[in-house]
Design a protein around this ligand. Sequence first.
Ligand SMILES: [Zn+2]
Length: 68
Amino acid sequence: MYPFHWVPAGGARHASTDARPDGALAYPSGTGVRVLCGQELVADNSELAWLWGTCTDCHAAARRIADC
Ligand SMILES: [Zn+2]
């Protein structure tokens, strides 16, 4: 399991290494998260938000983590 999680926030799907609440499968809506592209955003766990496009910077950073 990789040490990051995908999180829809700010209009795109980002990745974050922040810990999620115990037992949660996703960051609850309204959770402040620091994402891999360096922004501080607020998670949106709505069904629609998961359809947002992937942040290219986070995708690149996540690939670097996953490859090592
Ligand atoms: Zn991002």
